[in-house]
Structures are given as C-alpha cells and as structure tokens.
Design a protein around this ligand. Structure first.
Ligand code: GTP
Ligand code: MG
Length: 214
C-alpha cells in the first residue's frame, strides 16, 4: 500500500524500498562504485548502530554486517536502493580500544569519504540516545559545520529506555546542540529493534531526493 503524505504544497508517496543491493566496498573515493547516484551516508561512534539501522530501513537483516564488538565496519560500503540512490555504511569513529594506527586508518577512510565524495547529499550522524552528547560527537559536528557538509541527526537505540525517559533525554541532547548551534538540524529517533523512526527517515530521504530533482 502507498501512503500519501501532505506537507504544505508538496505531496510525497512514502518511500518504498523495493530493492537493496550491495554495490561495493572501498577505502577511498577513487574506488567507489562507478555508477553515480545520490548518496545518504551513516556515520557515528563505533557500535552506535549504523549498520543495524541500514538493515532496519531496508528490511533486510543481513545486508550490512553488524556486531556487538565495536569496530566491525572498516570499509565504506555502498548499497544501491531501487537502482536510484545509495545508502552508505561508514566505519565508526572514536573507538578508544583500537590501536592508534588502526584508529588513524579508519579516520582517514571516514574523512576521505565525507570531505571528497561528490555525490554525498546527506550525512546522518548517529548518536546513542542513552547518553549525553560526548566531545567526540560534538567535535565531529563542528567539523561538518566548518566543511559545510549537510547533516541530520539520528538518536539510536530508542528501545532501550521508557518513552518518558527517552523524550527527556532527547530534549537534553537537543539543548546541548543549541548551546553551540543557532538552529537544530533535522533530528530523528530510531530503533533497529522496533522499527521506530523508519517512516520518518525514509520520508525525509524521499523529500531530499525530490528537492534534488526539482
Ligand atoms: P561499527 O560498525 O562497529 O562502527 O558499529 P555500528 O555503528 O555499525 O553498530 P552495529 O549496527 O553493528 O550495532 C552495534 C550493536 O548494537 C549490535 O550488538 C546491535 O545489535 C546493537 N544495536 C544496534 N542498534 C540497536 C537498537 O536500535 N536497539 C538495540 N537494543 N540494540 C541495537
Ligand atoms: Mg557497522
């Protein structure tokens, strides 16, 4: 069934993911899939739930590899959606237990993608909804601001708290962001366990894609 959502003058059919194909792994921009499509990438601290969220959004349990051990995703992974756009799974940043060399390598992979990808249209920065925003995340957001990289925030693992505690925590984190930024970026709350946030995130992606085509 297709739901129609009315937002002002615009009319969107809720994005339906009909097909999600693994399109390749890379460590640098020059190795990315040859066919260019708009890219929506997922970034955040190691273990925050990037790969799990990609699986939740695409409705396929094993598309992106997940693990309870941080540092699972080490490459940039492109997934082609409906043969129209890519979801991009990135390695996590800020994993303290990794060797300095390993961490530097991952940071290089991330920076290379975020700063040089010509087809990146939106970076979703994932932040664990259970904790206040840490310095590592804030520093990363500052970098995005300086680089004028468009981003949205997704607060993950929304199933781990009761609804009232979750709402209060999200408000605290938004206030934290507003201490440094004049306005909030688009913010979403997700759970890979319950599917919370799926419609909102996919509708937002659809909206961004529609705006690109205008
Ligand atoms: P790296 O690739 O290592 O950077 O991690 P990642 O951000 O891709 O995290 P991943 O999706 O592999 O998930 C890390 C762990 O958190 C796994 O054990 C997941 O099952 C768990 N997890 C991820 N999302 C959720 C969620 O929404 N709710 C709950 N309860 N657990 C989650
Ligand atoms: Mg991962």
């Amino acid at each position: 069934m297709i739901f129609l959502i009315f937002a002002g003058e615009l009319r969107y059919a809720l994005m339906k993911i009909k097909e999600a194909l693994f399109a390749g792994s890379s460590t640098r921009i020059s190795e990315r899939p040859k066919q260019a499509f708009p890219e929506f990438a997922f970034i955040g601290r190691s273990n925050v739930g990037k790969s799990s969220l990609i699986n939740m959004l695409t409705g396929s349990k094993k598309l992106a590899k997940t693990s309870s051990t941080p540092g699972k995703t080490k490459l940039v992974n492109h997934f082609l959606i409906n043969r129209e756009w890519y979801l991009v799974d990135l390695p996590g940043y800020g994993y303290a237990k990794m060797s300095a060399t390993g961490r530097k390598q991952l940071e290089q992979v991330i920076r290379n993608y975020v700063n040089l990808s010509p087809d990146l249209v939106m970076l979703f920065v994932l932040i664990d909804s259970r904790h206040d925003i840490g310095q590592v995340d804030m520093d990363f957001l500052f970098e995005l601001g300086e680089g004028q990289i468009p981003f949205a925030i997704i607060f993950t693992k929304g199933d781990k708290m009761g609804p009232n505690a979750l709402a209060a925590q999200i408000e605290r984190m938004k206030a934290q962001i507003l201490e440094h930024w004049e306005e909030l970026p688009p913010c979403f709350v997700s759970s890979a366990e319950t599917g919370l946030g799926k419609e909102e995130i996919l509708t937002y992606i659809e909206e961004v894609l529609n705006n690109l085509n205008q």
